[in-house]
Design a protein around this ligand. Structure first.
Ligand SMILES: NC(=O)c1ccc[n+]([C@@H]2O[C@H](COP(=O)([O-])OP(=O)(O)OC[C@H]3O[C@@H](n4cnc5c(N)ncnc54)[C@H](O)[C@@H]3O)[C@@H](O)[C@H]2O)c1
Length: 424
């Protein structure tokens, strides 16, 4: 069978680690990369230094997308640049009846979701939104338990997501801290969480009410060692007075802790032009929130209480799914903080009867072993032995973005937001 031809829009750290490397290794018999597109030429040099065998493939600027598709005769577009770039490449790919694989979030606004839904409805191509958290074996097992009817009709969900002072702070050092680029963290990050809940309970969100604030980062962050804009960790003269920096590093050494999400984080200043991914978390131009609490209502009657906080002593989450027949509970604590390192299990409590603890078989690879399984579905086709839908498309991508936008708009207006009305 002929190899499928892939072009990559956005030669990001994620593109290098999640797509380019596996295509060149594991999926070499099935796939080939035929073109790269990015607004920053330094990203091509960075990629070629990592993967010298790509050196001769053509590279393009954003406005050259049509030329790239014509010249490379690509079959599939992979979209992995900064979030605000996703929608345009998705729409252009779908309009050419191509398959498109997009990183989350699918888009940063409801208006872009609408354009994507329209393009998908007229296209012979398919959009896949890479919600890798669905593929984490704990998360897949929870999906199976709900499908097996163990909780009955889902009535409520409690989800609290915690990011620690390393991973949480990283969003405030990079482009993610600008709403026009990332959509804010209720979209950029919470899209993962909202999608998981929609998928687990098979219900669609209809309304959200939320509070949110910037509590830790930005100029007024309580732990800001000096009110002065434009610092970078690499060259900062007051970093030894910065609790966020010194939590992970020491006076003689900058330590980069192991992080599943940031393992391919291009930290060297020369990895990008005109941009450094180590900007000060206390800069005054940060325009997003770091704390949210929201209530979401779903179309078949479930309600969720959700919170996310980007500056906590340890990283992980707590989840409970309650239903008419029982309750599922799990708690993850990422070992980096060294506060707790217990194995993550799932507890099942029937409404009446004995509790069961489920020890899921853990897997190697990024995002709790989710990334490699997702890649198999994308590059080899959906696993024929899996009996439920797991690959997400335009609708799931849209619902997760709309929920994030509804949360942010509710914070702004102090009113509940109807989720699908955002498309009108
Ligand atoms: N699913 C996950 O768990 C996961 C994890 C990490 C990142 N991501 C997603 O991957 C994407 C990349 O994130 P990252 O942190 O690796 O980013 P990054 O900072 O490494 O790279 C962003 C890239 O976008 C490029 N870019 C900027 N404007 C562009 C344009 N107009 N057209 C094309 N490219 C443009 C930049 O030059 C850069 O190469 C984001 O959408 C992010 O949400 C997903």
């Amino acid at each position: 069978m002929a190899k499928k031809r892939y072009v990559i829009c956005g030669v990001s750290a994620r593109a290098n680690g999640m797509y380019i490397k596996p295509i060149l290794d594991t999926y070499r018999p099935h796939c080939e990369i035929v073109g790269l597109l990015d607004s920053d030429p330094v990203r091509f040099d960075n990629c070629f230094a990592k993967f010298p065998e790509l050196h001769s493939i053509p590279v393009y600027r954003p406005e050259q997308f049509p030329q790239m598709i014509e010249e490379t005769k690509a079959d599939v577009v992979i979209v992995a640049g900064a979030d605000f770039t996703h929608a345009d490449y998705i729409v252009q790919g779908l309009k050419r009846d191509m398959d498109v694989i997009s990183e989350k979030p699918m888009a940063t606004t409801s208006a872009d979701c609408k354009r994507i839904l329209e393009a998908q409805s007229k296209s012979k191509g398919t959009l896949y939104v890479t919600f890798n958290y669905r593929y984490n074996p704990i998360h897949s097992r929870i999906k199976e338990m709900v499908l097996e009817g163990r909780v009955g009709r889902v009535t409520s969900v409690d989800l609290n997501w915690y990011l620690d002072t390393y991973h949480g702070a990283s969003y405030f050092k990079r482009w993610n801290r600008k709403r026009e680029i990332s959509g804010g963290l209720s979209i950029h990050k919470s899209t993962h969480h909202f999608d998981l809940v929609n998928w687990w309970i098979d219900q669609k969100p209809v309304e959200a009410f939320a509070y949110g604030a910037l509590n830790y980062y930005g100029q007024n962050g309580e732990l800001n060692p000096a009110k002065e804009d434009g610092r970078f960790c690499g060259t900062c003269r007051v970093k030894q007075n910065c609790a966020y920096y010194m939590r992970w590093s020491s006076r003689s050494k900058a330590i980069v802790p192991v992080d599943d999400h940031l393992s391919n984080f291009d930290t060297k200043a020369r990895s990008y032009s005109g941009y450094r991914p180590d900007a000060c978390i206390f800069d005054s131009d940060i325009d997003i929130e770091d704390t949210y609490t929201a209530v979401v209502k779903y179309d078949k009657g479930a309600i969720m209480s959700y919170s996310v906080n980007f500056s906590l002593p340890y990283e992980g989450y707590r989840l409970a799914i309650n239903g008419t027949k029982g309750r599922i509970e799990t708690k993850e604590v990422v070992s980096r903080s060294q506060h707790h390192t217990a194995e993550q299990t799932i507890d099942y409590f029937p409404l009446f009867g004995a509790k069961e603890t489920i020890h899921v078989i853990h897997r190697q690879g990024g995002h709790g072993g989710g990334d490699p399984l997702l890649l198999e579905d994308l590059f080899l086709g959906p696993d024929p032995n899996r009996r439920y839908e797991i690959l997400a498309g335009a609708e799931a991508g849209t619902l997760s973005v709309l929920t994030g936008e509804a949360v942010w708009k509710s914070v702004q207006t102090n009113k509940p937001m109807r989720i699908t009305e955002l498309l009108e």
